[in-house]
Design a protein around this ligand. Structure first.
Ligand code: ADP
Ligand code: MG
Ligand code: MG
Length: 966
C-alpha cells in the first residue's frame, strides 16, 4: 500500500487539498486550500495532516523522523512561491505555524507567528523592509509567542499577567506611552532583550536556527491539542480526543508594516442578530492576534472604506464570493500588507441562536439555500436562545432612574443575565458548584477561562471587540456577554473593580449583584427583573402580534418547514392544564406523559393522598380515595380539554409512596388529626413504609396490584372527566398507561381493573369514549418480553430514565459522583441520563420495538423519558421508527427541529446510497440500530420506502462525518 500523503501544499491559485479533506487538513487547512483554489488571495503554505498528530501521540510526543525531509520539501515549495528562504540573513521568509482541528475550536490551541527570526535575520528584515521598527516589533512578538507556546512559560501566580505582556506593559509604562504602536526601535530592542532574559531566567532555550524553531513549533502545536483548555473545550462540545489537530505552516503577511497595513476579522452577516450586513472589526498597523486577544479595541468594518477604499471594495467582493461558494455565513480573518489584501482564514461563523434562525430563513428566502437546508442549519438546542427571557423594560427604566446603569459596553452575546460578581474563572466554577449564579468580569478573557465561562451566566470584559474571545465564546455557548466596556478598571488583588461614571466612580466587590444586558451592552447594578422573550410574548402571553415580532416570524417559518420534513410526532410531558397550554402553543400534538402523582402536590390534595397512603385496610383507603376522586377528575378534565382532540397519556400512580409522607413532627400531627390516628401510630406507619431501595421497591404497577382500588379511582377519574367533556362536545382521547411492567400478567391485572371501570363509567353515563390502555417499557425484562406484553398492550412508551437506571444499575439520583470520576478517567464521555446510550439501553429499545411490532404491527410506540428533549436522542428515536417523542413543554421546538433534521439526513443518506453503484454491500449495523427496526417503522407509514440506507449516526451538532479516506 502506498504511504498516505502527510503534507498538502496550497498557494499560487492551486492546492493539493480542498474542503472535502476537512477531517485530514482541519477546518483551517482545508479552508485555505479551498480559497486558494477559488482565487481568493491567501499566502502560500502547507498543512501537515491530523493523521500525523495521531502518529505524534502514538509515538509518545515525537515527530516521525521521516517527516522532516517532507517538511523541508514542502517548505522549499512555499519558499519558491514567495521568493524568499527561511533563515536567509538578507531576506528571510517568516512563517506562521497554526493549529486547526476538523471542527473549529477558536483559540483553544496554539499558533506561533513570525517564525524564522533570530538576531541575524531580524537585521536582514529591517534592511529589506526599510522598516526597522516593524522588524523589531515582529521579533519581540515572536520571542513572546515562542516562549509562551513552545517553551510553555505561563504566569507564576494567577493574579499575574502573562510574563511577556508584563514586560511590554512595563516598557510602555516606563516610557509613558499608551499604545504598542508608539514604541520605537530602541524600546523594541530592549523588550526583546528583556524577553530573552526572562526565557533564560526560567532555564529555557529559544533556538537560533529557524529550522529547529520550525520543528519545535510544529511539535508544540500538536501538543496543544492536549492542553487543558482544549481538553475542557472538547468535553463541553463532545469532540473525540482521537480527531487530533492538523498543523498549517504558512508564509507570513504583515499587518504591522505601517499605516498602509492592518488586520481584521469579519462575518459575512451579523453573528449576534443574523442581519445581512457585513460585520467586523479591524486595526491599522497591527497583527491578527491583536484583534482577537482584545488588547486594543478595534474599529468597525464600516470605517474601513475611509482608510482603505480599495481594500474595502475587494473585501466586499470576497464576502459575496465566499457566501456564494459556501452558501453559509462565513467568519474570516484578513490582513492588509502594504495596501494588499490577504485572507488568512474562513470558516462557518459561530452565531447566536437568534442569528442562526434569522440567517437560515433569510438565506432560504433569498434562494441561496433550500428550505430543507435551512432546517439543517440551525442546531436544535440553539432555539432555546429565542425562548430565553430578556430584562423587563420597566425594571430597567427604574434602575436607570435610580442611577444604577453603571456603564455601556459592546452587546456581544444577547440576552439577560444576572449574577454575583467574580473575577477569576476557576472561582466562577467553584461558586456555581455551590449553587450561586455568577457574572465573570475580567480585563479580557482567554481560552484558559473556558470552564469558568461555562459556569457563568454572563461575561463582562473591559477590552476587546465583538470578535474578541469573550464575544466568540458567548455566541457559541449561548451566554450573555458585554465586552470592551472601557469604563472598567480591575484590581484583581483587591477583588474589586472600579467603574468610571459621569457622576463619580463606583467600586464593585466580589459577590456584588450585577445585571448584564447582552442585547444593548448595558451594565446595571443589582439583580434586575426579567420578562419573556419576543417568541414567548407572541405564543404564550399573546402580548404581541406576529406582525411586529420579526424574530417570532422567522422562528415560526423555520419550524413550519421542519414540520413538513419530520416523521416523528412531538408530544409533551405535562401534568397541569397551564403546562398543557404551553405545550400546545409550542406545537405539541398531545401529551406523552401526564404524571398523576404531580397533581397530588397541588392545593388541598396532599392531605387526602397521605390519608390514602397510611390507610391500614381497604375501607380506610377507599374513604381517602373518595376524597381524591373529584380532585383528580377536575385535573384530568382540565388537561384533556386543553389538549383536545389530541391524545393524552395518563400514567397511573408510579412513585414510591414514602415520597408523599411527612417526615416532620408538624406534618405527622396534622395527618394524625385528619385520620383520627395517634401521632405514634402515624410515626410507626411512616417507618413501616420505609424501603431500602425504593426505586426498585413497592412502586409502579406493583402499587396498583397491591391496592387495585387506587387504579380503579384513577381510571374512574379519567373516564368520568372524559364523559363529562364528551357531553360538552369536546373531542377527548385518553390513553391509560401502566408503569413499571415487567411481565404480561402484571399488565393484564391492571388492564382488567381499567376496562371494568371504563365499562361501569360508560354505563353510568350512557356514552362511550375512545381510549387505549398500554404500558411503559422501562424495566429491562419488559423490553425483553415486549412480544408477549404487546399481546395485551395497545401502546408502548419507553420510560428511558428508569430503563437507563436499571440497565446500567446506576441510581439516577446518585449518579453525580460516579460521573465526576468516570469523566475524568474517560470511562463515560456523555451522561447516559442525558443522551440515550444507543449501544446498550438502545439495544433493549430496538428489541422491544421489533418484538412488540411483530406481535402487533400497529403498536403505537413513543418515548417519555427526559431523553425525549435531547436532540441526539430524538435522532435515535427517529431511526428506531418510533411514532413520537414526548418532552417537557419548553423543549418541544427543539424536538421538532431535531426530528426534522433526523428525517432529512436519513433521506439524504438514502439518496446517496441509491446513487452508489451495485453490488450493494450488506447492510451495516449502525450502533444499536438494526435496519430491520427502522424498516419496520419507516415502511409502516410509507410502503414505497425501500430498505433504508445506513442512517447517519446521531452526534448532536458535532457530526462525525466518515473520513473520506475510509
Ligand atoms: P486561531 O485558530 O486561534 O485563530 P490562527 O492560526 O488563526 O489561530 O492564528 C492566530 C492569528 O494569527 C490570527 O489572527 C491570524 O490571522 C494570524 N495569522 C496566522 N497566520 C498568519 C500569517 N501567515 N500571516 C499573518 N497573520 C497570520
Ligand atoms: Mg484564526
Ligand atoms: Mg419510570
Amino acid at each position: 500500500m502506498a504511504k498516505a500523503k502527510r503534507i498538502y501544499a496550497f498557494g499560487g491559485g492551486k492546492a493539493d487539498g480542498s474542503m472535502e479533506l476537512k477531517n485530514l487538513l482541519g477546518g483551517k487547512g482545508a479552508g485555505l486550500a479551498e480559497m486558494s483554489r477559488i482565487g481568493i488571495p491567501v499566502p502560500p503554505g502547507f498543512t501537515i495532516t491530523t493523521e500525523v498528530c495521531t502518529e505524534f501521540y502514538r509515538s509518545g510526543g515525537k515527530l516521525p523522523k521521516s517527516l522532516v525531509p517532507e517538511i523541508r520539501a514542502a517548505l522549499a515549495q512555499t519558499e519558491k512561491l514567495v521568493g524568499r528562504r527561511l533563515g536567509d540573513p538578507k531576506d528571510p521568509l517568516l512563517v506562521s505555524v497554526r493549529s486547526g482541528a476538523r471542527v473549529s475550536m477558536p483559540g483553544m490551541m496554539d499558533t506561533v507567528l513570525n517564525l524564522g527570526l533570530n538576531d541575524r535575520t531580524v537585521e536582514g528584515l529591517a534592511v529589506r523592509s526599510r522598516n526597522p521598527r516593524f522588524a523589531w516589533d515582529s521579533y519581540r512578538r515572536f520571542c513572546a509567542m515562542f516562549g509562551d507556546v513552545v517553551l510553555g512559560m505561563k504566569p507564576e501566580k494567577k493574579e499575574d499577567r502573562d510574563p511577556f505582556e508584563q514586560i511590554l506593559a512595563w516598557k510602555k509604562q516606563s516610557l509613558g506611552v499608551k499604545d504598542d504602536s508608539e514604541l520605537g526601535v530602541e524600546a523594541l530592542r530592549e523588550i526583546v532583550a528583556a524577553e530573552k532574559a526572562e526565557i533564560a531566567r526560567r532555564g529555557k532555550v529559544l533556538p537560533e536556527d529557524p529550522m529547529a524553531q520550525l520543528l519545535a513549533a510544529v511539535e508544540a502545536v500538536f501538543r496543544s491539542w492536549d492542553n487543558e483548555r482544549a481538553v475542557a473545550y472538547r468535553q463541553l462540545n463532545g469532540i473525540p480526543a482521537e480527531w487530533g489537530t492538523a498543523v498549517t505552516v504558512q508564509a507570513m503577511v504583515f499587518g504591522n508594516l505601517g499605516d498602509d497595513s492592518g488586520t481584521g476579522v469579519a462575518f459575512t452577516r451579523d453573528p449576534a442578530t443574523g442581519e445581512n450586513a457585513f460585520y467586523g472589526e479591524f486595526l491599522v498597523n497591527a497583527q491578527g492576534e491583536d484583534v482577537v486577544a482584545g488588547i486594543r479595541t478595534p474599529q468597525k468594518i464600516a470605517e474601513l472604506a475611509a482608510h482603505f477604499p480599495d481594500i474595502a471594495r475587494q473585501l466586499e467582493k470576497v464576502r459575496a464570493r465566499l457566501e456564494r461558494h459556501y452558501r453559509d455565513m462565513q467568519d474570516i480573518e484578513f490582513t492588509i500588507e502594504a495596501g494588499k489584501l490577504y485572507v488568512l482564514q474562513t470558516r462557518s461563523g459561530k452565531r447566536t441562536g437568534i442569528a442562526a434562525v434569522r440567517a437560515a430563513v433569510e438565506m432560504a428566502e433569498a434562494g441561496l439555500i433550500k428550505k430543507d437546508e435551512a432546517v439543517l442549519r440551525v442546531e436544535p438546542g440553539a432555539l432555546d436562545h429565542l425562548l430565553r427571557p430578556v430584562f423587563d423594560q420597566h425594571a430597567k427604566e427604574k434602575a436607570v432612574a435610580e442611577g444604577r446603569l453603571l456603564a455601556k459596553g459592546l452587546p456581544a452575546g444577547p440576552g439577560a443575565a444576572r449574577g454575583r460578581l467574580v473575577f477569576f474563572a476557576d472561582e466562577a466554577a467553584a461558586w456555581k458548584e455551590r449553587g450561586e449564579k455568577v457574572i465573570l468580569a475580567r480585563h479580557e478573557t482567554s481560552p484558559e477561562d473556558i470552564r469558568g465561562m461555562a459556569a457563568a451566566e454572563g461575561f463582562l470584559t473591559a477590552f476587546g471587540g465583538m470578535t474578541s474571545h469573550a464575544a466568540l465564546v458567548a455566541r457559541q455557548m449561548g451566554k450573555v456577554a458585554v465586552v470592551g466596556c472601557g469604563a472598567l478598571d480591575f484590581d484583581y488583588n483587591a477583588r474589586q473593580m472600579t467603574v468610571a461614571a459621569a457622576g463619580g466612580s463606583r467600586v464593585l466587590k466580589e459577590g456584588d449583584w450585577l445585571s448584564l444586558d447582552g442585547s444593548t451592552g448595558e451594565v446595571i447594578e443589582g439583580a434586575l427583573e426579567t420578562s419573556p422573550s419576543e417568541v414567548v410574548q407572541v405564543l404564550l402571553e399573546r402580548a404581541r402580534k406576529p406582525a411586529d415580532a420579526p424574530l417570532y416570524r422567522d422562528f415560526a417559518k423555520l419550524l413550519g418547514w421542519a414540520d413538513q420534513a419530520r416523521r416523528l410526532d412531538v408530544r409533551a410531558n405535562a401534568d397541569q392544564p397551564d403546562q398543557a397550554a404551553v405545550a400546545v402553543a409550542f406545537g405539541a400534538k398531545g401529551i406523552g406523559l401526564c404524571r398523576t402523582e404531580h397533581m397530588f402536590f397541588g392545593e388541598g390534595k396532599i392531605g387526602p393522598m397521605r390519608e390514602m397512603i397510611v390507610a391500614e385496610n381497604e375501607a380506610e383507603r377507599r374513604a381517602a380515595l373518595a376524597k381524591l376522586l373529584p380532585l383528580q377528575r377536575a385535573d384530568f378534565a382540565g388537561i384533556l380539554k386543553a389538549m383536545a382532540p389530541n391524545p393524552v397519556v395518563v400514567r397511573t400512580l408510579d412513585p414510591p409512596l414514602h415520597e408523599f409522607l411527612p417526615h416532620d413532627a408538624e406534618g405527622m400531627a396534622e395527618l394524625a388529626r385528619a385520620t383520627g390516628k395517634t401521632v405514634d401510630r402515624i410515626r410507626e406507619r411512616v417507618a413501616e413504609l420505609r424501603e431500602s431501595n425504593p426505586m426498585i421497591g413497592h412502586r409502579g404497577c406493583r402499587l396498583g396490584i397491591s391496592y387495585p382500588e387506587i387504579t380503579e379511582m384513577q381510571a374512574r377519574a379519567i373516564f368520568e372527566a372524559a364523559c363529562d367533556l364528551a357531553k360538552e362536545g369536546v373531542h377527548v382521547h385518553p390513553e391509560v398507561m401502566i408503569p413499571l411492567v415487567g411481565t404480561r400478567k402484571e399488565l393484564d391485572h391492571q388492564l382488567e381493573v381499567v376496562h371494568a371501570t371504563a365499562a361501569k363509567v360508560f354505563a353510568e353515563n350512557g356514552r362511550k369514549v375512545r381510549y387505549e390502555v398500554g404500558t411503559m417499557i422501562e424495566v429491562p425484562r419488559g423490553a425483553l418480553r415486549a412480544g408477549d406484553i404487546a399481546q395485551s398492550a395497545q401502546f408502548f412508551s419507553f420510560g428511558t430514565n428508569d430503563l437507563t437506571q436499571m440497565t446500567y444499575g446506576i441510581s439516577r439520583d446518585d449518579v453525580g459522583p460516579v460521573l465526576a470520576s468516570y469523566y475524568a478517567k474517560g470511562i463515560y464521555e456523555v451522561d447516559p441520563f442525558v443522551t440515550i446510550d444507543r449501544v446498550g439501553v438502545g439495544q433493549l429499545m430496538e428489541l422491544a420495538v421489533e418484538r412488540g411490532r411483530a406481535t402487533r404491527p400497529d403498536l403505537e410506540i413513543g418515548i417519555c423519558g427526559e431523553h425525549g428533549g435531547d436532540p441526539a436522542s430524538v435522532v435515535f428515536c427517529h431511526e428506531l421508527g418510533l411514532d413520537y417523542v414526548s418532552c417537557s413543554p419548553w423543549r418541544i421546538p427543539i424536538a421538532r427541529l431535531a426530528a426534522a433534521q433526523a428525517a432529512l439526513r436519513e433521506r439524504a443518506a438514502r439518496k446517496a446510497a441509491e446513487a452508489r453503484p451495485a453490488p450493494r454491500a450488506p447492510a451495516h449495523r449502525n450502533g444499536a440500530v438494526v435496519n430491520g427496526a427502522r424498516a419496520a417503522g419507516g415502511a409502516r407509514r410509507n410502503s414505497a420506502v425501500a430498505a433504508p440506507a445506513k442512517a447517519p449516526r446521531a452526534g448532536g451538532t458535532k457530526r462525525a462525518r466518515p473520513s473520506p479516506r475510509a
